[in-house]
Design a binder for this molecule. Structure first.
Ligand SMILES: Cc1ncc(COP(=O)(O)O)c(C=O)c1O
Length: 377
């Protein structure tokens, strides 16, 4: 049997990871500023994380949601505390797409409506409705197509007001990333998020904050939507939540009430996933990683803005997009193969930095030095 070939890959076999470094099968060290796509939040093989998972595995790894799983409640309390949304409710699943899918579904159960507002440049995952609200026709199969999605231009307040004025009573939810990731690191203007809040309140629509990539402390606040000073009704999360262990969640405002059978999952909330997620939050709290993300991210953004070759630097904390002119199209490859630094990309010509939240200034300086060489070649 061979693998279903859907990923264009770099021919590097990573066999080990420690903190912000990974190593290939030939012993070559790489600085990891990509975190396997924003997933590695507290660093590879963090000792506390490894121990917590190991200890849990020796006790029990999995049982279904048909029994009491106290570690779920521990996680809910910790997440409520660290995210500053103590009165929200937690539903656990396994991935970002699943989080968005469940959020959209829950919103529709809540107000009985069918339409969803989503924006240009959005990425929300690849399952049925998550992909329908994603702005990429190439990954939407005919079976995923739905007339329920209203696509509006990014950050266009007038367009948003107009659509609510015309169809507000049919709109179930508005879904928006606080910072678009796949869309090229576009920060949602605070006034736009505030406008979504007030229109959702006015029309009883549900504000869904997709925090799968921009959440979990990466920007210096737990949810990047927090910068706007408004609460969403549902936050979706995954990626950094488990530092590599597949776990996702939705955090649900108290006004949305549960009912038996409304949502469900086999694997979601299993003992091992909860142990991984708790380990991440414990390290984040203990090592003050949100502050570190703000500090080191702020430093990187300031330094990157000094490069005259760079068209624009966007982002917050350790979610950074570096917009380069077409002549530097090879920059990401050069960073990887000549300087052994992993970065991400978003088209066209945007380098994405999504490192672990405990990145140090020395790591940042090593990247800046390599980046200088790459741009001056
Ligand atoms: C903003 C956003 N939402 C949802 C997803 C989907 O997450 P997953 O790949 O875990 O299904 C992603 C993945 O990149 C994402 O960036």
């Amino acid at each position: 049997m061979k693998l279903f070939d859907v990923y264009p890959i770099n021919h590097i076999n990573i066999v080990k990871g420690v903190g912000s470094y990974v190593y290939d099968d030939k012993g070559q060290e790489y600085l990891d500023l990509y975190g396997g796509h924003a997933v590695i939040s507290i660093g590879h093989t963090h000792p506390h994380y490894v121990k917590r998972l190991e200890d849990q595995l020796h006790k029990i790894g999995f049982y279904s949601n048909s029994i009491e799983i106290p570690i779920q409640q521990q996680l809910a309390e910790k997440l409520g505390h660290v995210s500053g949304k103590e009165n929200y409710q937690l539903f656990l699943i396994n991935s970002g797409a699943e989080a968005d899918e469940n959020a959209l579904k829950l919103a529709s159960f809540y107000n009985g409506r069918k339409k969803v507002v989503a924006f240009t440049g959005a990425f929300h995952g690849r399952t049925s409705l998550a992909v329908a609200v994603t702005d990429n026709p190439k990954i939407v199969a005919p079976v995923n197509e739905t007339e329920g999605v209203i696509r509006l231009p990014w950050a266009d307040e007038a367009a948003l007001e107009k659509v609510f004025a015309e169809q507000g009573n049919e709109i179930s939810s508005v879904i928006i990333e606080g910072i678009q990731g796949v869309g090229g690191i576009q920060v949602a203007p605070e006034s736009f998020l505030q406008k979504i809040r007030s229109l959702c309140d006015q029309y009883n629509a549900v504000f869904i904050a997709d925090s799968v990539q921009c959440g979990y402390g990466r920007t210096g606040k737990f949810y990047s939507h927090d910068f706007a000073g408004v609460d969403a009704d549902i936050y979706t999360m995954a990626k950094g939540m488990g530092n590599g262990f597949p776990v996702g969640a939705i955090s649900i405002a108290p006004k949305i009430q549960p009912a038996y059978g409304m949502l469900g999952t086999t694997f979601g909330g299993n003992h091992l996933a909860c142990a991984a997620a708790l380990a991440v939050l414990e390290v984040m709290e203990q090592d003050n990683l949100m502050q570190n993300a703000a500090d080191i991210g702020g430093y990187l953004i300031d330094e990157l803005k000094k490069f005259k070759q760079v068209s624009e630097v966007r982002g917050r904390g350790l979610m950074i997009g570096i917009d380069l002119p077409a002549e530097y199209a090879n920059a990401k490859k050069d960073l990887l193969f000549k300087h052994h630094i992993f970065t991400g990309e978003a088209k066209p010509n945007v380098i994405r930095l999504l490192p672990a939240l405990n990145l140090t200034k020395a790591h940042a300086d090593r990247f800046l030095e390599a980046f200088t060489t790459v741009l001056n070649k």
